[in-house]
Design a protein around this ligand. Structure first.
Ligand SMILES: [Zn+2]
Length: 218
């Protein structure tokens, strides 16, 4: 009996702690996901830094699961450029996908795997990211500094992939030009697009940030 009560007394706080840990993890994952996607889709530079979105905790962000479903372009953890049965990869420009897979095959020789954080996204998914950014940043104007619209995002057209920085992004910086793979924005080293001419002349000089990219001017 005493033993039983003791067990209950210790189990309850433990369960509470576990639940709290899960909540924190979920929020952290959601924040990380939004920060990565948002920074990559920004149409203006960050106000003070040129690297990534500030680690602003979106406390008021609804827990919508942070995922819009694979059909809309969601990429599960551990996805590589060879997982081309996923819509996120299947809907990329075929030339971009082919170049990525060729590069990734060679990168494996260096022990590097191309892990994908994001690739093609549906217009609805992109719009959802924009709406969430409006809720997070408080105004459409501020959100526009971080998240592109579905009309301008190169992810929506299937022309961009975001690689993990330790899983392909650096390798592309070092060797990507030979495959026509280029980093486009100095402040988004993970964002890779196809530049067919790069095999001959090297990658063009990256834009400092997406606000310098004429394609994103509306
Ligand atoms: Zn991107």
């Amino acid at each position: 009996m005493l033993h039983h009560r003791h067990a209950l007394a210790t189990r309850t706080p433990a369960a509470r702690t576990a639940r709290r840990a899960r909540t924190v993890l979920t929020l952290a994952a959601a924040a990380a996901a939004l920060a990565g996607l948002a920074a990559c889709q920004s149409s203006s530079p960050p106000p003070t830094t040129t690297s990534v979105a500030p680690a602003k905790a979106p406390a008021d962000r609804p827990d919508r699961g942070a995922r819009d479903g694979e059909a809309a372009g969601h990429v599960p953890d551990g996805t590589t450029v060879f997982d081309d049965d996923l819509p996120a990869l299947a809907n990329l420009d075929p030339a971009l996908l082919t170049a990525l897979q060729a590069a990734a095959t060679d990168a494996e020789q260096d022990g590097v795997t191309f892990f994908v954080n994001s690739a093609w996204r549906s217009a609805e998914y992109q719009d959802q990211l924009l709406r969430e950014a409006v809720a997070q940043y408080g105004s459409a104007a501020e959100a526009a500094r971080w998240v592109a619209s579905a009309d301008t995002s190169s992810h929506v057209t299937g022309d961009a992939v975001d690689l993990q920085q330790t899983g392909g992004s650096q390798w592309v910086a070092d060797h990507g030009a030979a495959y026509g793979l280029c980093r486009v924005y100095a402040n988004e080293p993970w964002h890779v697009e196809l530049r067919q001419d790069a095999a001959d002349g090297g990658c063009p000089e990256p834009y400092a940030d997406p606000s310098q990219d004429p394609r994103l001017q509306q």
